[in-house]
Design a protein around this ligand. Sequence first.
Ligand code: FAD
Length: 360
Amino acid sequence: MKSSDMPSSAICDILVVGAGPAGASAAAAAARPNLQVLMIERRAVVGLPVQCAEYIPALLVGELNIGRKYLVQPVRGMKTFLAGREVKETLSPGFIINREQFDQTLVQAACDSGAHLMLNTKAVSQNGDDVIIKPKGRPPLKIKAKIIIGADGPLSTVAEWIGAAHHDLIRAIQIRVPLKHRLEFTEVYFSKDFYGGYAWLFPKGDQANLGLGIKKKGRRPPPLGRLLEYFTSQCSRAGKIVANPSGRITGWIPAGPVSKIVHGNVLLAGDAAGHTHPITGAGIFPAVAAGRMAGTWAARAIQEKNLQVLSGYESEYRNLFGDSMQRAVSRRQQMESRWDDLDNILKNCWVAFKEYYAGT
Ligand SMILES: Cc1cc2nc3c(=O)[nH]c(=O)nc-3n(C[C@H](O)[C@H](O)[C@H](O)COP(=O)(O)OP(=O)(O)OC[C@H]3O[C@@H](n4cnc5c(N)ncnc54)[C@H](O)[C@@H]3O)c2cc1C
């Protein structure tokens, strides 16, 4: 996929910042013949480096119309472990994907629908109606956009512009390891050592994504490297993996939503809006769903020449995800405040158990 030529004018109807699942879905939903949609991505290649355990629910595959080439292996469900012991097996069909290929396919679909893509280009600042973007190795450019969609991930620059930047984030680390035997389930490990999060072993053919995500406790940064080594050696001792890691990456996962996703002519979607599930950290499905909604409402607002229409995005999002998001936020609060009692609270705080869904 090549970065398309610079649009001839520095004016566009909709500027999408970020070409991850949220941005690509927003651009595809917004693109139509009479609208100029520009998507900018600071990376040189869409989807790389991959910072993801690469699980999606089967439901998402049915929702998308982009073929199945990005699917690597089916998974039957999830096994939950507490202090090294399996405590629950949940059947929930899903897939491990090739995330790089997935993101690239989504972006290609947006370009096929008529969106323009500029790679190697960063959104830098906003000045009134102008957005300053910086293509690598070239001078900054002023873009006048009627609507801006911030789909620029957990450390969103666009969210900063509207005073909605995330501070509640989970730090994650992951490696790729060879598996001793293929697995049909994803595995999730809780331990008091993994404060506010968990470790995972997600099978990908004869390999697995092994990682963990934890919250900062107090002022000290979590000892990610040490905990990863500890978890790797546990999996190795359990005869699941060969401790021969490669491809170490780190990343951030939002632990809760931002309070406002529409602010004037700016919309936030995906991780930029904290749409990731605050308990599981799963963010691909919500990013696609919110991106689509944001793109659709943005196009409608332009066509009706009325920015008030954008509030429909906030309402539609809340109608669809408000309840489950609220539940997850309250479960996270409970989990963090009673972490020392993890053995007893896990059932209320983890999605595999029916107790999680009781009450609000
Ligand atoms: C270690 C790890 C494992 C995970 N595992 C899973 C999983 O198994 N399943 C799951 O569903 N979710 C998982 N997630 C979460 C998931 O990856 C995210 O929720 C998802 O990528 C959100 O999509 P997005 O489009 O909102 O953001 P992103 O995918 O982060 O895309 C944002 C894009 O914006 C670009 N960008 C950022 N700033 C700028 C800027 N200023 N200008 C231009 N471009 C910019 C970035 O380069 C990036 O390409 C995981 C996250 C981590 C960190």
